[in-house]
Write a protein that binds this ligand. Structure first.
Ligand code: KG4
Ligand code: ZN
Length: 342
């Protein structure tokens, strides 16, 4: 699957093939990341500077602070990536950057760095959609090719996507209110866990009984989701204990059971209706133990199941490079502007 791209300054043609090195930058939220990936599948260097420590004291990401942190980190992260890869700018075939969705001030830092590198080394620039990048994390170290059904679960999005080819994909279902990651973080906060609560809630859930409490699954469109009612149900449940001996682990486990059951049910419906035999899990919440277990269990029903290893589930730049290499709906234009919402 070769692609032809043009450089920005001299208009030289560059063919991207399985030996091409793409350097990508990701800065859409609270991770400043840079990576070099060969042929869209082999990670040569992967550097991530996380801001979690900075945002922890505020209980969430403060966009203005995040943007400033990206500015401080970006050059160091790029230098470190070149060092780890053991290569120079001239060895890179194309530079890629996340265009959106994300925090505008944050995106600007990484995108402008990627454009600048492309100009400085006279290489093609490839703009990448952050959501496509999460899907593309599944190309790393695998032989995955479309068609597949993807369940994308992150802090900002919950979608079922039918990916027919590298250039054709359709969102067939999505959340009408909170994203799964957002629901995890909100529920975590209401039971007193520090930011980011999702992974901490997941840990506690593994020690609880998932069948302690029956929580409601929302009734929405066939492939759509709604998690705000569930969040309110958990709040009511916690309050019903009146502060006395709240069974936190059982509540976490019951919440996790409800969410993972809902996701599995809808993905199965999409697989059955489309006849697709491959399923892909993606996004930060793909790191969740129970969601992974349930989706991987689809192997027992004959499906091919993919999910990135943990470090490629949450925001990173290797997935951006993989997306730049494989997917066609990119923004390969020096004038492309960042955008906040999908
Ligand atoms: O994809 P991501 O890194 O950033 C966005 O693009 O949103 O996802 C971050 C989200 C956060 O809401 C975080 O709490 C959640 O993923 N998350 C988890 C787990 N690990 C990360 N949620 C539940 N269980 C986990 N193990
Ligand atoms: Zn993300």
């Amino acid at each position: 699957m070769d692609k032809i791209k043009k450089t920005l300054l001299s208009g030289k043609t560059v063919k991207l093939d399985k030996n091409s090195l793409i350097m990508a930058i990701e800065s859409s939220c609270d991770e400043t990341a840079c990576a070099v990936v060969k042929g869209g599948r082999e990670v040569i260097a992967n550097v991530v500077a996380s801001q979690i420590k900075v945002h922890e004291e505020y209980g969430g990401v403060i966009p203005e602070i995040a943007a400033r942190e990206h500015l401080e980190a970006i050059n160091i992260v790029i230098d470190e990536t070149f060092k780890q890869a053991g290569i120079k700018g001239d060895d890179i075939s194309a530079f890629a950057g996340t265009v959106g969705p994300g925090l505008v001030g944050c995106l600007l830092v990484g995108l402008n760095a990627a454009k600048t590198l492309a100009l400085a080394y006279d290489k093609p620039f490839i703009g990448v959609n952050h959501l496509n990048a999460h899907l593309a994390a599944n190309f790393i170290d695998t032989t995955l090719e479309p068609p597949f059904i993807a369940l994308l679960v992150s802090g900002g999005h919950t979608q079922i996507i039918k990916v027919d080819s590298y250039s054709d994909m359709e969102i067939i279902g999505e959340t009408i209110d909170d994203a799964v990651g957002e629901a995890y973080d909100k529920v975590a906060r209401l039971i007193g866990l520090p930011y980011p609560g999702g992974p901490k809630l997941d840990k506690l859930a593994q020690e609880g009984n998932p069948h302690s409490f029956k929580l409601p699954q929302a009734k929405v469109g066939k492939y759509d989701f709604s998690f705000s009612g569930l969040k309110t149900a958990v709040l009511r449940l916690v309050k019903s204990f009146d502060g006395k001996d709240v069974p936190i682990k059982d509540i976490c486990a019951s919440f996790q059971e409800c969410v993972s059951e809902t996701l599995l049910r809808k993905v199965k419906a999409a697989l059955e209706e489309t006849g697709c035999r491959q399923v892909v899990l993606a996004g930060g919440v793909a790191a969740n133990s129970e969601i992974r277990r349930k989706i991987f269990n689809l192997k027992n029903e004959g499906y091919d199941v993919y999910a990135p290893i943990m470090k490629y589930c949450t925001d990173n730049a290797s997935m951006v490079a993989a997306s730049a290499f494989f997917f066609n709906n990119t923004f390969d234009n020096i004038d492309v502007e960042v955008f906040s919402r999908a």
